[in-house]
Ligand binder design. Structure first.
Ligand code: F6R
Length: 607
């Protein structure tokens, strides 16, 4: 959601804080701010808009000082403006705080503070927290933060400074990601490893309830009043993975990284030509004992879950449910201690998905997570985890995470299918071989498809509405294509099962309206073609994405993108790529900020 970077060490704090914020800008970008402590004074600067607005303000003279906090925001309480930007400062000007998360009882706390004479300049819940710290300060910043958090109900990652304690930085975590980074030059705190990769790869994933005092000499972590040790781990990502490496945008870089991401993912999950998920999977007995299997996620990850559901149903010969996390978290009457809940999340921090993990565990269910971020909240909370191995995904629009989620779920399905005896070992090997060939196939397809897609993007970028159609797995792939297009091009896009069209939506088809139809499912080709005919007859601009070379397709498609053939089940892994490219190119043509689309943020930790 928002991004936090804090630093206490031997070098000037401004540079690493701004650099870290730049890396985190994808998490939130409607305002940014920094506070640095120097000679017992807090220097604070904030700006509305992208980080460069803050950088410009600081360009006249950098802030001196080696202890500081920074923030890039995605508004939850109050509109994006300077007053609501972080750091928030206490009434007496002696405390500054950056915060990710939401304080649920902020209004009650605010009213109480107002009755005690405090005044408020912003609409934020964070300003309430920083004034609580002022109120409780009695010569010890850590104690004041601890007492403030004691009053707060909700989620937070806090980083606090006080003018009274020039060498101290205090950070705290509750249900909002926060890590420490340990380097020779000092100690960092950040909401995301991407902020730290240029400075250190040694990190500590803080736990809920951790309260950390970072001094010039090191750090002390406490939890519920006790000093605790936390393991320092090496992050497997490197700094270049979090840069554009010559591409215009992270999104196009990440689209092109898909073959590599899939290969990396295969290397870690396949051994001797067959699936090897080791401890990340369940035994035959455990699989057979599950009374129900649910899959849950949000957005793009949910689209992966829906495809994964089909793969698991094929593997197990039984029904699997897929439900969006924002719904499942509040309605899971049938999940019991005998159930398995599979959650999918790129970031591992999505609030709704994390809530499903916790609620399902409360009911005694087993939770298996498929996530890209090692050490994320969902990674740590789940009983078993499959890592996607996509590397850092920076663009808000998810691409390589989606394909590695699909791959992970396909491999999980093969593993389950073999264990319960529905797939023979030979069949699994053959399918693993097919999956292992997909990275090369995609690589070749990307080169061929880009000019074709670019020409189509030119046409659709002039429209304000577009439909996506498909049957079966093609419909699930179309849903992802439509989401991709709408989130970065802002063109209204609606995906629907081709057969549903005639039940109402066909009324909207008119001359020149673009309709993208995905046709890869061998049993459904003819039926899908007749749906294309229906919309063509009503004047639609028909764009067909298919792996079928039937001449019939040519006669109905105004534009056609031919993609390589795979088995039906794995087709979404291929058909999604041209759709990602189409969304990307359209967004570029429209002059949009591709990597940071309006109103969106990369990791949605709030409800
Ligand atoms: C769309 C997109 C979002 C995310 C969703 C879940 O391109 O990225 O729809 O898929 O917010 O995020 P994660 O996977 O981090 O749980």
């Amino acid at each position: 959601m928002c991004g936090i970077v804090a630093y206490n060490g031997s070098i000037a704090a401004q540079e690493p804080i701004l650099h870290g914020l730049e890396r985190l800008e994808y998490r939130g970008y409607d305002s940014a701010g920094v506070a640095i402590q120097k000679d017992g004074k807090l220097q604070v600067e904030r700006a509305k808009g992208r980080l460069h607005a803050l950088v410009e303000r600081l360009s006249d003279g950098p802030m001196e000082g080696t202890v500081g906090i920074g923030h890039t925001r995605w508004a939850t309480h109050g509109e994006p403006n300077v007053a609501n930007a972080h750091p928030q400062v206490s009434n007496d000007g002696n405390f500054a705080l950056v915060h990710n998360g939401i304080i649920e009882n902020f209004q009650t706390l605010k009213n109480a503070l107002i009755s005690e004479g405090y005044s408020f300049q912003s609409d934020t819940d964070t300003e309430v927290a920083v004034n609580l710290i002022q109120k409780y300060y009695d010569g010890n910043l850590k104690e004041a933060v601890a007492r403030a958090t004691g009053d707060i109900r909700g989620t937070y990652a806090f980083a606090a400074l006080s003018a009274h304690e020039p060498d101290t930085l205090v950070v705290a975590r509750m249900d909002s990601p926060l890590i420490l980074g340990v380097s020779e030059d000092g100690v960092f705190a950040a909401s995301d490893v991407a902020a730290l990769l240029d400075y250190t790869k040694k990190v500590i994933y803080l736990e809920d309830g951790d309260l950390v005092t970072i001094g010039a000499q090191g750090y002390t972590i406490e939890n519920q009043g006790e000093v605790v040790e936390r393991e320092v781990v090496d992050v497997p990502w490197d700094a270049t993975q979090a840069t554009k490496e010559g591409y215009d945008h992270f999104m196009i870089k990440e689209i092109h990284e898909q073959p590599k991401a899939l290969r990396d993912s295969l290397i870690r999950k396949v051994s001797g030509g067959t699936v090897d998920l080791s401890d990340s999977s369940y035994t035959r007995e455990e699989i057979l004992a599950f009374d129900r299997i649910y899959m849950s996620a949000c957005g793009t990850a949910f689209h992966a879950a829906e495809v994964g559901k089909r793969a698991l149903e094929d593997a197990l010969g039984r029904e699997v449910q897929a439900e969006v996390a924002s719904e499942l978290r509040y309605y899971m009457p049938f999940i019991t201690e005998k159930s398995l809940v599979i959650v999918i999340s790129q970031s591992g921090e999505t609030g709704d998905t994390l809530a499903v993990v916790k609620e399902a565990q409360k009911r005694g269910a087993q939770v298996l997570a498929v996530t890209n971020v090692v050490g994320s909240s969902i990674d740590r909370a789940s009983d078993k985890v499959i890592h996607c191995d996509a590397g850092p995904e920076i663009s808000v629009a998810s691409t390589k995470a989606y394909s590695t989620q699909l791959l992970s779920l396909f491999l999980l399905a093969l593993d389950f299918g073999e264990k319960v005896g529905r797939y023979s070992p030979e069949e699994v090997r053959a399918r693993v071989k097919e999956l292992s060939e997909i990275p090369d196939t995609i690589e070749k397809m990307l080169e061929k498809t880009i000019p074709e897609v670019d020409a189509i993007a030119e046409k659709i970028s002039k429209k304000d509405s577009i439909f996506y159609l498909g049957r079966g797995l093609d419909y699930l792939s179309a849903k992802e294509g439509a989401l991709k297009l709408k989130e970065i091009s802002y063109i209204h896009a609606n995906a629907l099962p081709s057969g549903e069209l005639k039940h109402g939506t066909i009324a909207l088809i008119e001359e020149g309206l673009p309709v993208v139809t995905i046709i890869t499912q061998s049993e459904l080709v003819e039926k899908s073609i007749s749906n294309v005919k229906e919309v063509k007859a009503r004047g639609a601009h028909t764009i067909v994405l298919t792996n079928d070379e039937a001449p019939e397709v040519d006669s109905v498609a105004d534009d056609k993108i031919l993609i390589p053939k795979t088995s039906d089940l794995y087709a979404p892994l291929i058909s999604v790529l041209p759709q990602q490219l189409l969304a990307y190119k359209t967004s570029v043509l429209l002059g949009n900020d591709v990597d940071k689309p309006r109103n969106l943020a990369k990791s949605v930790t709030v409800e």
